[in-house]
Write a protein that binds this ligand. Sequence first.
Ligand code: PGA
Ligand code: ZN
Length: 431
Amino acid sequence: MSNSDLISRVRAREILNFLGNPTVEAEVSLSDGSCGRAAVPAGISVGSSEVGQLLDGDQKRFAGKGVLKAVRNVQEVIGPALKGMSASRQEMIDNKLLELDGTSNKSRLGGNAILAVSLATAHAAAANKKLPLYRYLGGEGPFALPVPAFDMLEGGAHAQNSVDFQEYLVIPAGVSSFREALEAGVAIFHALLNLLQKKGGSIQPTGPLAAPLKSNQEGVEAIASAIETAGYRLGKQCFIGIDAATSELYKDGKYFLRCEKRELTSSEMDNLWSEWIDTYPIISIEDPMSEEDWDGWQAITRHIGERVQLVGDDLFTTNPEIVKKGIALGVANAVLIKPNQIGTLSETLETIRIASEAGWAAMLSTRSGETEDATITDLSVLSGCGQIKTGPPRAKSVVKHNRLLRIEEELGGEAKYKGVQAFRKLSPESG
Ligand code: PGA
Ligand code: ZN
């Protein structure tokens, strides 16, 4: 037993994310001089069960979005308490963080303060063992390179004057490597840009496109046609995904589709999805129903859950207990994984484990307000879950894509591109 991995110092600072908003970055240093760093992303459309991000609320700084209180919590409360603990005991560290916070939603110290330290500890322990994070946490594997789901066209809460559904994704599950998937993403983005610019579309600050289309279906048509224009076979090499983020559209029991000037009941929404999957090669629908509409969720899972991946994001908020409830009730068949929705690495990994034990898929995901922290790429590789959702291969998302290119090269023949196997509903054997 060596004592080289004992935590000697925990620091934090306020940095900026790619939206220009403050966020927490933490650094954990160990007795042997190893150091790990991590930063926390932020969402724009936030599920109601997500852990609280502690913001200063001081209107004189960053319109109240400063995180100096969370930084202080790391330096003054968390740091001294973790000093001398072994960084390799991730669960023990995370339990200590939960205990120090003492609330059910991490609101005292802040989910941002807690997650930054939780992830930085794992990075420090990996540095101590001189291993990349995926190998430190994933041992001998098996590892897999994830299929990227590129958010190409945005609407809803993510874009003004665009479609209602939040994300239209291109999923190159039928190509043979991550590198090829990335190349497809670049070509398809350019084809889509060209197409949507003619319809008044433009590039969003976060990377994807937005366009004032007349219907939500026109968005899917545009994605399908961009895939083909770029020279990829639709429904063979490249597929379509949707993050409808319908919690943002749901009011008084109805779904409001603003750009089509109509409102749908839960069962009409259900029918819209079943028509869409009959018409287009859509292999994944995230938040097809609102987080408040569990009955609607249950109905749609019964109705089309055998044919398409139904991913809970706002519904589950990466929370192991809520995912267990979903499994028990037959609600959804996949979970979106965003570590900052739940606040510690151990809980994030537990949610992935619970999902895979139930035969569910898990999709790691970036958030609207990302940083250069690429921890989720390693989590996607080590969990073998085979799916990662990002923006298009440009702007903030290339931080994640470039990290995956390096991992793909590093692992060589040891890890395969998960491809269509990541989508159980897709493989012909699944019936
Ligand atoms: P967010 O969006 O980062 O704004 O929450 C991503 C998503 O809903 O999946
Ligand atoms: Zn979502």
